[in-house]
Write a protein that binds this ligand. Structure first.
Ligand code: MSP
Length: 671
């Protein structure tokens, strides 16, 4: 099983955490079914992306890679990720393997030398989108030049039919089905050969036998899945033969094309087996757009870990959103899950059951009545628990983590209701009722035991604590989910020391504290973040709002595209020319300017997150472009009636206003 290999241009954020938490949960689940799992993760350390990020920090790419690879490892340790292999693409064990795959594909005739041509900005070192006439550079505005670079090409076009055949013969190769259809449509539309080497980039693995070229970073990184388990130039290791092909490769939807089109084609060309399945998940959004460093809207997982602990983070990521779909992060929703699900439903059931056992049975697990002494209610709870084991496994098998957890929560809710219905606390003073009391408490404790086994892949630390409190000595990890039976609690055994597992949090206080610590307040309400931003390319810029770009800048014209919108979609956005009449800062919000603008037929107030780049006085009289039909919204108690357009430039997302070189009347519509 693999996660993607993460770029080391920056520290990990919650989006990266997601793929890895999912992989860890799934591998723990499979281990608890008795499977032998090898979980591979790692870092993707070459390419222009990293070269430039390092240059901006005035350190070498290797120094940056070392720093951020360590950040990933530190984060995985805090999250309790049990990976078996961590491959860094700058390791020597990787170099030999990457060159070998390139060589094999070359020898099979799938790679040829040609020329790569495009509009290039000399000062920014950046290709501009293809067009018939030279476009100006998206970043600095200077004219671009036609540049032709020698490059090795991969004959992707030759693999069209083989790929389509593979998708057809292996209907589960790409999951979920919606993604599969997307890829099939894309490949059916025809494939262009892919440039897989660069002469302008130095930070990479040399093409075997041609030192002027380095291997394209995606080719290099994908091969990391092989080298991480011992694929090499000479004899590949036993481990490689044992674990390749991967059963499942987990990726985000932004990199599905690399994994289901390029990657299988590379493997076919090199005569290697294809992974059994690539499963793509959705994105974590913040303020409606994909969380990413270039947008500045990331959630730092360490902040969550410090305030809530690793199990809460894991639980929220897996429970809140059905796997495959996008999800929105908010602290409110997070704390709601911690308080409602973990503290109330699970934590409370554990604490009230075990406290009653401890007080009434001298801390020993009580003897339940024999079957004939049990009520239909007791039997119903037992049946629900066993049915849950089945439902849970079916959902986990389909990677429907949220549904799997929901089924366990239904069981916990049933057990809580069972306690309320049978009210054991009312029986404690009556010695005649002791057998009944024992049966109720044993039944509830047995539900806790079963639920705890099922929850271990998601909440490994907390479940271990519950396990100890139940007084169980057999290691929890050795429990087999597919062998769960009713009645596994040894009667008469001592409970462990009782203490609350999930403390309840005061939502308001915790959120305030986090926002203060992170200085996130402006971010939460910053209109800048409401718009999709630039590519992750540190120097690129784009007029917004636009569809979010592909994740990998070097993919260039060959990279994946966001789904196209129709002209009707675009027509829904009413873009108009407006002139700024007055501008002032908003007290307490250092990014915001309050503008009064003339839109021709009316005067409006707009709040814009541009105060760090534009002094209020420099705005007066300017012609700007606004989205005129946006729903009004309040920020800092002030109404904003529209949104202005700006390019977001560089790593910091510096806004540069969209404007006109010729005079245009106020209110003119942009079409
Ligand atoms: N280096 C490539 C992968 C090469 S694999 C051989 C890459 N790296 S990445 O760091 O940009 O992204 C890695 C993973 O993090 C992807 O699966 C991506 O989808 C995921 N996420 C990054 N931001 C995300 C969200 N906001 N939400 C969910 N996951 C996203 O791509």
């Amino acid at each position: 099983m693999t996660t993607p290999l993460y770029y080391v241009n920056a520290k990990p954020h919650l989006g990266h955490t997601y793929t890895t938490v999912v992989a860890d949960c799934l591998s723990r689940f499979r281990r608890m079914l008795g499977d032998d799992v090898c979980l591979l993760t790692g870092t993707d350390e070459h390419g222009q992306n990293i070269e430039r990020a390092a240059a901006a920090l005035e350190i070498t790419p290797k120094q940056l890679a070392d720093r951020n690879a360590a950040e990933y490892q530190k984060l995985w340790a805090r999250l309790g990720i049990e990976y078996d292999q961590f491959i860094r693409t700058t390791e020597s064990r990787h170099y030999a393997g990457a060159a070998e795959v390139f060589k094999r594909a070359f020898d099979s005739g799938a790679i040829y030398k040609g020329e790569y041509s495009g509009w290039y900005c000399i000062s920014c070192n950046l290709f501009a989108p293809e067009s018939n006439t030279p476009p100006n550079c998206e970043v600095c505005g200077r004219p671009t030049e036609r540049v032709t670079e020698e490059s090795y090409f991969f004959r992707l076009s030759d693999f069209q039919q083989a790929l389509l055949d593979h998708y057809e013969k292996n209907p589960k190769f790409i999951m979920p089905v919606s993604r599969r259809n997307e890829v099939v449509n894309f490949v059916s539309g025809g494939l262009k050969d892919l440039s897989i080497s660069r002469t302008s980039v130095k930070w990479g693995i040399p093409v075997p036998g041609d030192k002027n070229h380095v291997i394209y970073v995606w080719f290099d990184a994908l091969v990391g899945y092989l080298t991480g388990i011992g694929f090499g130039a000479e004899n590949s290791s036993e481990q490689f033969h044992k674990y390749w092909p991967a059963q499942i490769q987990l990726v985000g939807k932004d990199i599905i094309r690399f994994h289901t089109v390029y990657w299988p084609a590379f493997l076919m060309a090199a005569g290697l087996e294809l992974p059994r399945q690539v499963f793509a998940h959705g994105w974590w959004l913040k303020d409606e757009v994909k969380m990413s460093k270039s947008r500045g809207n990331v959630i730092d997982p360490h902040v969550l870990l410090t305030h809530f602990g690793s199990d809460a983070v894991r639980y929220f990521l897996l429970r809140e959103v059905p796997f495959g779909l996008d999800g929105t992060f908010s602290y409110e929703a997070f704390i709601q899950r911690v308080n409602g699900d973990l503290a109330n439903d699970y934590g409370n059931l554990v604490s009230r059951t075990l406290t009653l056992i401890s007080k009434n049975f001298g801390n020993l697990m009580p003897y339940p009545s024999a079957i004939e002494g049990r009520t239909s209610l007791d039997k119903e709870v037992e049946a629900t628990a066993l049915a849950t084991v089945e439902t849970y496994q079916a959902h986990m098998g389909n990677l429907a983590f949220s549904n799997a957890l929901e089924s366990v929560w239904e069981l916990l809710a049933r057990a809580n209701r069972y306690l309320n219905e049978s009210a054991p606390w009312a029986l404690t003073d009556n010695s005649k009722e002791r057998p009944r009391l024992a049966t109720i408490l044993y039944t509830a404790a047995e539900v806790i035991r079963i639920a705890t086994v099922l929850l271990t892949p998601v909440l490994p630390q907390s479940c271990r604590r519950v396990w100890e409190q139940l007084g169980l000595k057999i290691p929890l990890k050795l429990q087999r989910i597919n062998e769960i039976k009713w009645g596994g609690l040894p009667v008469g055994s001592s409970l462990g020391e009782l203490s609350p597992i999930f403390p309840r949090l005061d939502k308001k206080i915790v959120i305030e504290k986090i926002l203060q610590e992170t200085g996130d307040e402006a971010t939460v309400k910053d209109p800048e973040l409401e718009r999709p931003s630039t590519t992750s390319h540190p120097k690129s810029a784009k007029i917004q709002p636009v569809a979010a770009p592909a994740s990998e800048p070097e993919a260039g014209r060959n990279g994946p595209q966001e789904p196209k919108i129709t002209i009707d979609d675009f027509a829904k956005v009413e873009l108009r020319v407006a002139q700024v009449i007055s501008a002032e800062r908003v007290p307490g919000a250092d990014k915001l300017l309050k503008l009064t603008v003339d839109v021709g037929s009316e005067v409006r107030q707009i709040l814009a997150g541009i105060a760090k780049a534009y002094a209020p006085e420099s705005m007066v009289g300017r012609k700007i472009v606004i989205v005129a039909n946006l729903q009004p919204r309040k920020m800092r108690g002030l109404e904003s009636n529209g949104m202005l357009l700006a390019a977001s430039v560089g790593d910091e997302g510096r806004p540069v206003l969209a404007t006109f070189l010729e005079d245009v009347p106020n209110g003119a519509r942009l079409k």
